[in-house]
Design a protein around this ligand. Structure first.
Ligand code: FES
Length: 102
């Protein structure tokens, strides 16, 4: 059964600075947008490359390899060459911690 797992301190997740975290063997990219925490899988759906080094602007991150853009809120693939959305996970802030449901 999925449950919320501790990911990092809330103060370590700042706007515009996505953070890579591994939880239960899943490579996650956490971000904070307009105060809310979000979590997506840190894996481009075009060619399985890690996204965390890609440029980030607002809710969008760009894959550093071929430039596909994704929404960090919905996981939606926004531009080619990726057409498949990122896997997303519920995230919350509680007691000064960021937690992700896995
Ligand atoms: S690996 Fe990400 S766009 Fe190709």
């Amino acid at each position: 059964m999925a449950e919320y797992k501790d990911a990092c301190a809330a103060e370590d997740l700042q706007e515009g600075q996505p953070r890579r975290v591994e939880l239960l063997g899943v490579d996650l990219l956490l971000c904070r947008i307009q105060g809310q925490p979000y979590a997506v899988e840190n894996l481009c759906t075009h060619d399985d490359f890690e996204l965390h080094d890609g440029p980030c602007e607002g809710e969008e991150i760009e894959c550093p390899i071929h430039g596909a853009r994704f929404s960090l809120i919905t996981g939606a693939a926004l531009t080619p060459p990726a057409f498949e959305d990122l896997r997303t996970f519920p995230a919350r802030e509680q007691g000064g911690r960021i937690q992700v449901e896995l």
